[in-house]
Ligand binder design. Sequence first.
Ligand SMILES: [Zn+2]
Ligand SMILES: [Zn+2]
Length: 63
Amino acid sequence: MTHHTDDSTATAAHVTDPVCGMLIDPDTAAATREHDGTTFYFCSLGCAKTFDADPHRYGHSHP
Ligand SMILES: [Zn+2]
Ligand SMILES: [Zn+2]
């Protein structure tokens, strides 16, 4: 009667695709971009291209 099925820590931390908001695993990301020293992960090349067009529009702001 234990509830030990929550093994979310067993997998790598998931990240959010800033363009579509999808939760993805960095290991299986279709594309990545480095911007301002931060790595962003995308579910598809399409999202990465959208990010390329205007990085600061998608969940990324500068101080
Ligand atoms: Zn920036
Ligand atoms: Zn996406």
